[in-house]
Design a protein around this ligand. Structure first.
Ligand SMILES: [Zn+2]
Ligand SMILES: [Zn+2]
Length: 382
């Protein structure tokens, strides 16, 4: 497969130089569809606007169907890298390595099409809009898993925190649910020197920020994980004026649905209580974004066996701590059993983290990523 690796690195750099945001992956989507067709793979376009699906039937007759998924979208940020394949689209950057995911799945697709020595079928899902937009959810709602009769789903993400040559596979929670909230505190503005005549929304909002910290420290059991982060606090326009309103925004993360529910319920109760105590009105909006990414047991074991054949058993990390970041592959794992793995790509001190303006996908992990796709097919359909 040496030609595959150099081709895939070239495709990866081609995509990296042309980053597109969620649901706008027009060129990327066309590139993927053209490649799949050139490999002789049955290709479907138009899912969730720019999503692409390829279907490869196995040569060994009927069997189960597994889906392999890659994400295609980039981020709205400016790349700071000096190299030749840096972004040519102003304010757009492949800073999460989805260029690498897409290219590696294309590489695996070509190998599987050349040698379909498996039963059942492999469905290749190239999804748009992973970054906070939930392209996976839209593709599921449009019936991608039902239409192609998918039994199991598999995904991967490059992981700079782990060294190249390692793979992380957890059973159970891998990444957290992700919700966002905003609230507006309305009091009564006025002269800063006459506090007796105002209802200060800044003081009330500050109490809310403090009180929300007790969800993690006093409500959620210590052996469970939750994050309640107030990330924005906006109020006021002058040093001598008490503002009429204050705005807070932030995010909530959890691994278990019960803890997610608890955090949301306690936020409502705390905000209502502080509002009553401070005499302000609070308009609170809580938006559920992604569920937690939860790997099912049998499929995780299969993913780990596949990983061991690629990097050796000693380099498969079954106990890497889960991450409180989120991933919309969670919707696919809610709908079907499956597994999502981390493909280590760190290179020591020179490693740049995901979403950094100096990040780049590490092409050295391309062979391992493709090999894991091929091994998971062999594991489940071989
Ligand atoms: Zn990302
Ligand atoms: Zn990503």
């Amino acid at each position: 497969m040496p030609d595959t690796f150099s081709d895939v690195a070239e495709w990866r750099r081609h995509i990296h130089a042309r980053p597109e945001l969620g649901y706008e992956e027009v060129k990327t989507s066309a590139f993927v569809a053209d490649k799949l067709k050139s490999f002789g793979i049955e290709t479907h376009t138009g899912f969730a606007t720019t999503g692409v699906v390829g279907v490869i039937p196995g040569a060994r007759g009927p069997g189960r169907t597994i889906a392999l998924r890659a994400d295609m979208d980039a981020l709205p940020m400016t790349e700071m890298n000096p190299f030749g394949h840096a972004s040519t689209h102003a304010g757009r950057m492949h800073a999460c390595g989805h260029d690498g995911h897409t290219a590696m799945l294309l590489g695996a697709a070509r190998e599987l099409a050349r040698n379909p020595d498996f039963s059942g079928a492999v469905v290749l899902i190239f999804q748009p809009a992973e970054e906070a937009l939930g392209g996976a959810r839209v593709m599921i709602e449009e019936g991608v898993l039902d239409r192609f009769e998918v039994d199991e789903v598999y995904g991967l993400h490059n992981w700079p925190q782990m060294p190249a040559g390692t793979i992380g596979v957890r059973t159970g929670p891998m990444m957290a649910s992700c919700d966002f909230f905003s609230l507006t505190v309305t009091g009564k503005g006025g002269h800063a020197a006459m506090p007796q005549l105002v209802v200060d929304p800044v003081v009330a909002a500050a109490q809310i920020v403090t009180a929300l910290q007790t969800i993690a420290s006093r409500n959620v059991p210590p052996h469970e994980a939750v994050v309640v982060s107030v990330t924005q606090f906006h109020a006021g326009s002058a040093d001598n004026v008490v503002a009429g309103t204050a705005e807070l925004r932030g995010t909530v993360r959890a691994f278990r649905p019960e803890i997610r529910d608890l955090a949301q319920r306690r936020m409502n109760e705390i905000i209502d209580g502080v509002a009553a105590a401070m005499g302000v009105r609070v308009d609170f909006d809580y938006r559920r974004c992604f569920p937690a990414t939860i790997n099912s047991p049998a499929e995780s074991d299969a993913a780990a066996r596949a990983a061991a054949r690629v990097v050796g058993g000693e380099n498969v990390r079954r106990d890497e701590p889960p991450s409180m970041t989120a991933e919309d592959f969670a919707f696919m794992l809610e709908a079907r059993p499956g597994c999502y793995i981390w493909l280590g790509q760190g290179t020591g001190a020179s490693t740049h983290m995901l979403h950094s303006p100096t990040y780049d996908f590490n092409d050295a992990v391309i062979p391992g990523g493709i090999a894991w796709w091929l091994e998971i097919v062999r594991e489940r359909l071989g």
